[in-house]
Design a binder for this molecule. Structure first.
Ligand code: SAH
Ligand code: SF4
Length: 395
């Protein structure tokens, strides 16, 4: 990777096929769900109540079958089944790591695949979800960034990842008996899987609003963290329209190095990014911003880097998450030594910041950050083959 590398790679962008079948109710906001019901003949006067009932069945009880919605009349249930579906993506494989991490390979419409990772920890469980198939950006240390096939996930496919994890964990609570966040198996969400969430803003926002809705999955906005490589124009919108916590893939302390590691820096450089980050906590009423920093041997891991980092983020309520580089076949970097990571962490800690070193999880199943890449791609299919399978032959 040279300094002249493009910000986005030469990808094959797969359009979503407009489905001809019944409308999927999963992923619709309350307003859209209401419109869908009304246009299918539900009387306006009843619409609000019907939305509330169906919403609870889908997102609070995990029901996928209209027939199980026993507080609706038989005739109405039949009408719903006629025009609508309740569909989540299909789990193709599930791998469980020695440390309990679960990685799901998930198939979405068109036959594409993404990965979702569940990470159990003391007192909480975090689901790492994907927002795109692949990624258009080209961060030079990231496996996903080498994937040539890209499409945005729909809101249904994003919130669907939460629903299939809940299915697998057996965690659909009884109504009125929502467990406390602290005792939930799935208590936190991080948008740190495949893709750049801020390049799929509307679907990510709608999916997260569904996840936060108090009559459904009911996760607090403070338990959702969105990670961005630094799509500056969308950061203020994230604060206003989602209000979740923010993590930023910072990774370097000079524009020269960041241009190479996170090429979107050539569009919005460190200074521009920091201006947007300074406003974030005020706009979103959130606490600290997480600065993610991947530790790459002899690239960005010197004491001088640690000191520059502290200077740059002065005044921003921050926590710095040091990520030992997760290697993947053919990666052009090495992981910094443990001693180097500790020395770097120490400088940051002494400056008054929390500087946790992220323990790589699920390494034996390639589930760690930045290692995600779909099986379709790993099989090294040709572009033509992929295009043909996606129904795009000749395009
Ligand atoms: N596209 C978003 C979110 C997905 S990546 C973003 O870039 O922020 C989640 C985190 O893992 C990011 O901080 C990313 O930079 C980091 N990451 C990517 N590849 C990695 C690797 N091989 N080792 C360690 N961290 C990596
Ligand atoms: Fe995309 Fe994030 Fe990977 Fe960069 S680090 S290529 S933005 S997924």
């Amino acid at each position: 990777m040279t300094a002249t590398a493009p910000i986005t790679q030469d990808v094959l962008t797969i359009p979503r096929k407009l489905s001809e079948g019944p409308v999927n109710l999963v992923g619709l906001t309350r307003e859209r769900l209401r419109d869908a019901l009304v246009s299918a003949g539900t009387p306006e006067k009843q619409a609000k109540m019907r939305v509330a009932q169906i919403w609870q069945w889908i997102y609070q009880k995990g029901v996928r079958d209209f027939d199980a919605m026993t507080n609706l009349s038989k005739a109405y249930r039949a009408d719903l089944a006629e025009g609508f579906a309740i569909e989540v993506p299909e789990v193709v494989t599930r791998q469980i790591s020695d440390d309990g991490t679960r990685k799901y390979l998930v198939r979405i419409a068109g036959g594409h695949e993404v990965e979702t990772v569940y990470i159990p920890e003391e007192g909480r469980g975090t689901l790492c979800i994907s927002s795109q198939v692949g990624c258009t950006l080209t961060c030079s240390f990231c496996h996903t960034g080498t994937q040539k096939l890209v499409r945005n996930l729909t809101a249904a496919e994003i919130v669907g990842q939460i629903m299939i994890a809940r299915d697998d964990l057996g965690e659909w609570p009884e109504p009125g008996r929502n467990p406390k966040d602290e005792t939930r198996l799935l208590s936190n969400i991080v948008l740190m899987g495949m893709g750049e969430p801020l390049y799929n803003f509307d679907a990510v926002r709608d999916a997260m609003r569904i996840a936060m809705d108090g009559e459904g999955i009911s996760l607090s906005r403070r338990r959702i963290t969105l990670s961005t490589s630094g799509v500056v124009p969308e950061i203020a919108r994230t604060a206003k329209e989602i209000g979740c916590l923010l993590a930023v893939s910072f990774h370097a302390t000079t524009d020269e190095v960041r241009d190479k590691l996170v090429p979107i820096n050539k569009k919005w450089n460190i200074e521009t990014l920091l201006v947007a980050l300074r406003d974030y906590p005020r706009l979103s009423n959130s606490e600290r911003i997480t600065f993610e920093y991947v530790m790459l041997k002899d690239v960005n891991d010197s004491d001088a880097d640690a000191r520059r980092l502290i200077d740059l983020i002065k005044g921003i309520p921050a926590k710095i998450n040091l990520i030992p580089f997760n290697e993947w076949p053919g990666a052009p970097y090495d992981r910094s030594s443990n001693n180097r990571i500790r020395a770097f962490a120490d400088i940051i800690y002494k400056a008054g910041y929390a500087s946790p070193i992220r323990t790589p999880r699920g390494e034996d199943i390639m589930a760690a950050c930045g290692q995600l890449k779909s099986e379709t791609e790993r099989a090294r299919k040709s572009r033509a083959q992929i295009a043909a399978e996606a129904g795009l032959a000749g395009s």
